[in-house]
Design a protein around this ligand. Structure first.
Ligand code: AMP
Ligand code: MN
Ligand code: MN
Length: 326
């Protein structure tokens, strides 16, 4: 069924929106793009956006200070819109608002998404959720602020129009957004490339300690809690490290482990051409896209790497032996 935003909003008075935990550029871009559009075009609607703390770099997008980082008195909404989120658990603290809402809509591009809302607009081959939000809006009514948010989201999830998810449609949408008078260069520089000193230091640490495994087809790096404390880094400071690892010549898969608790790791996976990392992440309870996926895994870093590489080996060479990490 085709989703028509105007029909979805008919008769609604209170709308809540949310995106995935540890919001990234596409999550913030798609949420803010739709949020700003609803505020401008449907002023009588009460629209509330719930997200975990938005990384400071995204402050150049209008009204990010209005994002609600916790649930207040209002807990029931006529409609909850989930954006850039592959499953309910990934909505984090806002999940309860999704459960309580009269009606739910999911806008997403994760291949692992099993259409968990009443209405679903899920296009796994789309570059980004921001691209999908653009498709739902009336182009004429897109303001400069909305365009800035969506452009940021598209730029982030395409690795600045580089990854294979970048389609001719993606470029056409980016062009239409540029014509709204945005400063695209500044958005990309400030939100994607610019790093704080701490971010660069922790990136350096991850690169220095990385290892090539599986006949140099895989690169792996681990950042432990004590390193985070040493550099005074926040989890959001690790954004981009796995993409940098992936750029290593000759490598097909990059594996980045971030220790979030003793014997517990947030695992980020990226691949270049062959390996479906979403299959691997999903196998261990996570999800994502064919070329970018994530999962939380328990055990020692050695166990986690062993388990992941066993699945990579199965894809690269069906029937491969299990222990291939050393
Ligand atoms: P990350 O490695 O955290 O940048 O995530 C890569 C992609 O996988 C993003 O599209 C995430 O939304 C998705 N992803 C990351 N972690 C998980 C998880 N635990 N469960 C489902 N999807 C995830
Ligand atoms: Mn995302
Ligand atoms: Mn996305």
């Amino acid at each position: 069924m085709k989703i028509v935003l105007e029909d979805m909003l008919k008769g609604k008075r209170r709308v809540a929106m949310g995106g995935h935990v540890r919001p990234d550029g596409d999550c913030v871009g798609s949420c803010m793009g739709l949020y700003l559009y609803l505020k401008e075009q449907y002023p009588s609607l009460q629209t509330d956006l719930y997200l975990e703390e938005v990384p400071e770099a995204f402050d150049i997008i209008a009204d990010t200070d209005e994002v609600k980082t916790r649930i207040g008195e209002q807990t029931s909404y006529d409609l909850f819109i989930s954006l850039d989120c592959g499953d309910i658990a990934r909505l984090g603290f806002a999940g309860v608002l999704f459960e309580n809402a009269e009606e739910t809509l999911c806008i997403d591009h994760h291949i692992s998404n099993d259409a968990f809302a009443d209405y679903n607009y899920i296009v796994p081959h789309a570059s980004s959720t921001s691209e999908l939000v653009f498709n739902l809006l009336d182009e004429e009514k897109i303001s400069r602020s909305v365009a800035e948010a969506l452009y940021m989201g598209i730029a982030h999830d395409t690795g600045v129009f580089q990854y294979s998810c970048t389609s001719p449609e993606t470029m056409e949408i980016a062009a239409k957004l540029m014509r709204k008078g945005i400063d695209g260069n500044r958005i990309i520089e400030k939100t994607y490339y610019e790093k704080t000193y701490i971010q660069n230091q922790i990136l350096g640490r991850a690169l220095l300690e990385s290892m090539l495994i599986m006949d140099k087809k895989c690169i792996v790096s681990v950042i432990r809690k004590h390193s985070m404390e040493f550099f005074q880094a926040k989890p959001t400071d690790l954004e981009g490290i796995v993409s940098q690892l992936r750029q290593t010549k000759g490598v097909e898969v990059a594996i980045f482990l971030h220790e979030i608790a003793p014997q517990k790791f947030k695992v980020s996976l990226r691949s270049k051409e062959k390996v479906d990392v979403s299959e691997i992440a999903k196998y261990y309870g996570g999800g994502g896209h064919v070329r970018a996926a994530g999962v939380v895994m328990e055990g020692s870093s050695h166990d986690v790497i062993n388990n992941i590489t066993a699945r990579i080996a199965l894809q690269m060479n069906p029937g491969a032996e299990q222990d291939v990490s050393s």
